[in-house]
Structures are given as C-alpha cells and as structure tokens.
Design a binder for this molecule. Structure first.
Ligand SMILES: NC(=O)c1ccc[n+]([C@@H]2O[C@H](COP(=O)([O-])OP(=O)(O)OC[C@H]3O[C@@H](n4cnc5c(N)ncnc54)[C@H](OP(=O)(O)O)[C@@H]3O)[C@@H](O)[C@H]2O)c1
Length: 289
C-alpha cells in the first residue's frame, strides 16, 4: 500500500471539543494543523508535543482581518491547505420569541458569518491548488429542530443551505465539501451555550426540552474523539459524503425528519402540483451549462 501523504489542515474552534479532537487526531497521524481559536493557551501542550506541525493562532472567526491573517500564516508555514475544518460555533437555547435581537444576531455572527469569513479567506487558496476539502460545521440541528433550539437550528440550516450550493460550485474546481452533523457530543458546548429569557407560556415546551437535555446521562453524549475519527474517515474517502452525521442519535433524528418531510410532500403532492407545472422548468447544472 502506498503511504498516505501527510495533509495540512486549518481547524477553527481548535481549542476545545470536536475541533480539539480533530486537531489532535490529525497531528497524531503526521498531518500539520493551523489551530484557530480566540484563546489558544490550551493548545500549548499539543504544540509542544508536535513542534511546528501544530501552530496555534489566535483569531476570532467574526473578524475577517483576523481570519485572513491566520490563513496567511497557514500558507506561509505549510505552503498549502488541504483541509479546512470550519468548526467554530456555539448554541443559543430558548424559544424563538424569547431570543433577543442581540442574541440572535450574535449567534449568526459566529455560526454563519464566521463560516463565510473562513470560506472567503481559504477558498482562493484551495481554488489556486485545484484541490482541498472543506468541512462545514453543522449539527443534527441542521436537519432537525425541537422547541428551544430554533435559533441554533436557524444558523445550522443556513450553513446547510449555502453548503449545498457551495458543493456544486466547488466540485468542478477539484474541491470537496462535507457537512459534519454531530449528535450530542461530550464537549464544552453545554457550558458555552447562550440561554434566552423565560416566558412562562413556553415552560411546557421549551423548558421541558431543556430539562430533558439537562437530565441526559453522560452515556447519551458521543466522544469527540470518535466524531474526529469519523471525520478523518470521510476526509480519506475516495468519494466523501456531502453530509456526515455522527452518532446514532443524529442518524435516528435525521432519518425521522427526512421521512416525515417526504411523507408530507407526498401527502400534499396533489394540492402542490395542482398549482401548476412551471412548464416543466428545471434549473440545475445540466441546464445552465
Ligand atoms: N457538542 C455537541 O453536542 C454538538 C452537536 C452538534 C454540533 N456541534 C457543533 O460542533 C462545533 C464545535 O462545538 P463543540 O461541541 O466542540 O463546542 P466547544 O467545546 O464549546 O468548542 C467550541 C470551539 O469554538 C471556538 N469558538 C467559539 N467562538 C469562536 C469565535 N468567535 N472565533 C473563533 N473560535 C471560536 C471555541 O474557542 P474560543 O472560545 O477560545 O474561541 C472552541 O474552540 C460547533 O459548531 C457546534 O455547533 C456540537
């Protein structure tokens, strides 16, 4: 078997949870990682262990200038970027109505506009190489939404929508794209959660979900190391998936949601189709080219 050529990575949210596990796993197999977070002090031991193959760089994904500088570092240090893990993010819990304008905009700033900042900074490098793999940090909440996770899901659905288009745009340029959709994972996600107000009308729905999540046993959370192993398998695959769910909760919830959507589409198809044929119009890559 031909030995694998080591890859170079840029990982955001590398100081904790899934991003840290990914950074550790990539470094352990000989890859090089530019590890981005706002506070990179916790990455020092990993950098000491792997020397110049793990470069912690402090950057806030909400700041285009800081992301641009981090990407310049990666190119200067490694000469290229093979994998971009657009992973940094956090959750906002509360009823849709309860989230303040400030909280809603803040979570979009990191989870959606941060992702866009990273894409704008890294895609010129990947396009020039005509190669690379973009990992987009989504969630099972990118396909499913329960009471209380509306704003978190809104950010992940946004990432999923832009990524569906992105994949088609980048495929002809030799760049692969995978949405990573973890289920509940044992990270600092819960501790870093922003929580919106408390309207009593939402107690039977939102607070009940919150209580149920709070009462989950540790066994309900997947290990970030196993999420990282699944992501590495996707990165190494000849034909990586566009969507990679991790953990059986994510698989079960996404399957139920998709089956429900399909069943409803079929149940209402007669009404939907009675609206018109759209003259059979179809706009896709085949009709555009
Ligand atoms: N854990 C779960 O159950 C779960 C489930 C589904 C999806 N996810 C997704 O997985 C991704 C990773 O989350 P995690 O569970 O590993 O959470 P985590 O342990 O809280 O890690 C989040 C990481 O993101 C970084 N980060 C946050 N805001 C940032 C910003 N503005 N700029 C740069 N870095 C920032 C944090 O570092 P600094 O604070 O130092 O910047 C940290 O390294 C997120 O996108 C999350 O939505 C998690």
């Amino acid at each position: 078997m031909t030995p694998r050529t080591p890859s170079t990575w840029l990982v955001t949210g590398a100081s904790s949870g899934i991003g840290l596990a990914l950074t550790r796993a990539a470094a352990a197999r000989g890859d090089s990682v530019l590890a981005v977070a706002r506070d990179v002090s916790g990455l020092r031991p990993l950098a000491d262990e792997h020397g110049p193959r793990v470069l912690p760089v402090a950057a806030d994904v909400r700041r285009q200038d800081e992301v641009d500088a981090a990407v310049s570092w990666a190119v200067e240090a490694f000469g290229r970027i093979d994998v971009v893990a657009n992973n940094a993010g956090y959750g906002l819990f509360g009823a849709v109505e309860e989230s303040t304008d400030e909280q809603a905009r803040a979570v979009f700033d990191t989870n959606v506009f941060g992702v866009l900042n990273v894409l704008r900074a890294t895609l010129p490098v990947l396009r020039a190489q005509r190669s690379g793999h973009v990992l987009q940090g989504s969630s099972y909440y990118g396909q499913v939404a329960h009471p209380g996770v509306g704003l978190t899901s809104a950010t992940k659905y946004a990432v999923e929508g832009l990524t569906d288009a992105l994949a088609g745009e980048l495929e002809p340029l030799g760049i692969r794209v995978t949405l990573v959709e973890p289920g509940p994972t044992a990270t600092a996600f819960g501790a870093n959660l922003d929580v919106a107000g408390t309207l009593a009308d939402y107690d039977p729905t939102v607070r009940e979900v919150q209580k149920a999540i709070g009462e989950l046993p540790p066994s309900a959370f997947d290990s970030p190391e196993r999420v990282a192993a699944a992501v590495l398998a996707a990165v190494d695959a000849d034909r990586p998936p566009l969507r990679l769910a991790t953990g059986s909760t994510a698989v079960r919830e996404i399957r139920t949601a998709l089956q429900g959507r399909l069943a409803e589409l079929d149940a209402w198809a007669a009404t939907s189709e009675a609206v018109g044929t759209g003259a059979g119009a179809r706009v896709d890559a085949a009709t555009v080219s």
